[in-house]
Design a protein around this ligand. Structure first.
Ligand SMILES: Nc1ncnc2c1ncn2[C@@H]1O[C@H](COP(=O)(O)OP(=O)(O)OP(=O)(O)O)[C@@H](O)[C@H]1O
Length: 214
């Protein structure tokens, strides 16, 4: 059986044009990601990692080349993709449960079944007893776990993680990295993480791709 390609990056380049001039953020980048793979792209700050993720999510279109997700060229944002950022972006005035349900509300998918699934995720990942707490009552590591569960609640096929541990202290990031790696494997998600920190990639024991544009 041949493995299924879910993301195909075909020779993409990205030029940003601003009043100050032109920035070549990505130059001729190509790679494929197969179903169920969890890969890490490591490179220094400014080498174009976030830009690469944004082309996959459809937030931006590359200046040249193609990005395919599930065999279709990306032409805008796509509900099959979940994006988790450096900061957890939890809404402080909403409880943990209500933060977790926000994606479902926005996508008009909130019903008894999806709510139950969200409850199960909270239960499974040790946050059920905190569902009525507010984000400020949780530790940084727990907040990142909530952010991941919020992303998983809408059941994306592909997860994009942009330096998801960078706001955490070293001890916490080790345990959160481990937890998040375990959650992604258990949920059988395809995931692409970008980081400037090689130790993040190594401590995850995922399959790293080392990419650097110079
Ligand atoms: N919207 C934009 N307009 C102009 N230039 C941009 C824009 N976004 C990114 N850039 C530039 O493109 C280059 C790549 O940025 P990008 O954020 O993709 O890199 P990165 O590797 O994710 O870095 P970091 O880890 O610091 O976020 C940088 O030089 C950045 O200044």
């Amino acid at each position: 059986m041949t493995a299924e390609k879910v993301v195909e990056i075909q020779n993409i380049s990205m030029n940003y044009h601003t009043l100050d001039g032109e920035t070549l953020a990505i130059h001729n980048l190509s790679f494929d990601v197969y179903k169920g793979e969890i890969i890490v792209i490591v490179g220094p700050s400014g080498c174009g990692k976030s830009t690469a993720l944004s082309t996959i999510s459809g937030l931006i279109k590359p200046s040249s080349g193609k990005v395919l997700v599930n065999g279709q060229e990306v032409g805008g944002t796509n509900k099959s993709i979940g994006y988790m950022f450096q900061k957890d972006h939890l809404f402080e005035w909403r409880t943990i449960m209500s933060n977790i349900l926000i994606g479902l509300e926005i996508q008009r998918k909130l019903n008894d079944e999806t709510k139950k699934k969200a409850e199960q995720l909270l239960e499974m990942y040790g946050l059920a007893e905190f569902k009525n707490y507010y984000p400020s009552q949780l530790s940084g590591g727990m907040r990142q776990r909530v952010a991941l569960i919020r992303t998983l609640a809408v059941e994306p096929d592909i997860l994009l993680l942009d330096e998801p541990f960078s706001a955490l202290d070293y001890q916490t990031r080790l345990s959160v990295a481990d937890e998040i790696g375990t959650i992604l494997k258990k949920e059988r998600k395809t995931a692409i993480m970008v980081t400037h920190d090689i130790s993040d990639a190594i401590c995850l024991k995922w399959l790293p791709i080392f990419y650097r544009y110079t």
